[in-house]
Design a protein around this ligand. Structure first.
Ligand SMILES: Nc1ncnc2c1ncn2[C@@H]1O[C@H](COP(=O)(O)OP(=O)(O)O)[C@@H](O)[C@H]1O
Ligand SMILES: [Mg+2]
Length: 226
């Protein structure tokens, strides 16, 4: 992970390249950002393609090098892993916030020891988590996060698109969607189906994850740009 002082120069360079078009959309056009472009949903066709890995590293890369605060939201509530991957102990989070109107956003946000980097963990598992994610409260929360804090980038680690419908709903409410594609395992048919589920999203980009062999030689290691 791209924590401060990390020695992974190649990974840092990869994520610098990955975040560039996303950051460009924050200030695109004649100085006007795409509506809601500070809300970025990271998803994939199926589990295990690298959503959490990419969401965390994208968030850390932005917090380190972009002049905005970054909030990483764990919305993969059936398989939450942001907090454990970061070594954070989380008691409450997104699901508690959605289920209980008495809880305030500031009660469940976790400040980290990394500057400008805050985490909203998934929260306590609940039987109605799918309904909560797809429901009106979630929409309100997204709108509030994106509009009340225009200077904040919100990165959402979403569920995968094909096994459930929640990720589609989240994606349609985001200004930017990032599709993680596992270079070694995701078939074209699966990918086409996944892109089909979010065809109404205007701004979809993708990351080819775990690429290897000849493709790799044409990446940052090739020596162009950074
Ligand atoms: N580019 C990568 N380099 C190294 N490890 C990776 C990479 N992408 C994913 N992983 C690892 O693969 C496993 C599955 O990735 P994860 O991000 O948990 O997938 P998802 O969140 O989509 O289910 C994790 O252990 C993760 O750290
Ligand atoms: Mg995950």
């Amino acid at each position: 992970m791209l924590v401060p002082g990390n020695p992974h120069q190649e990974l840092a360079a990869e994520f610098r390249g990955i975040k560039r078009p996303l950051v460009a959309n924050l200030v695109s056009g004649a100085g006007a950002a795409l509506p809601g472009s500070n809300l970025i949903v990271v998803t994939s066709a199926v589990p295990g393609e690298g959503k959490t890995f990419c969401a965390i590293n994208l968030a850390l890369s932005m917090a380190a090098e972009v002049d905005k605060t970054v909030l990483l939201v764990d919305a993969d509530v059936l398989k939450p892993s942001v907090a454990s991957r970061l070594g954070i102990e989380a008691r409450a989070g997104l699901l508690d916030l959605l289920a209980n109107p008495a809880i305030d956003l500031s009660d469940v946000l976790l400040k980290t020891n990394i500057p400008k980097f805050t985490v909203l963990p998934a929260g306590k598992p609940r039987a109605d988590s799918a309904e909560l994610l797809a429901g009106g409260h979630m929409k309100q929360l997204f709108d509030e996060l994106a509009q009340r804090y225009p200077d904040r980038i919100i990165i959402v680690d979403a569920p995968p698109l094909l096994p459930t419908t929640e990720a589609r709903t989240l994606a349609t409410r985001a200004g930017q969607v990032v599709m993680i594609v596992d270079a070694g395992s995701t078939s074209q048919g699966v990918l086409t189906e996944a892109f089909g589920t979010i065809k109404d999203c205007k701004n979809v980009m993708s990351i080819l994850n775990r690429r290897s062999g000849i493709l790799r030689n044409y990446g940052n290691g090739y020596g162009y740009g950074d």
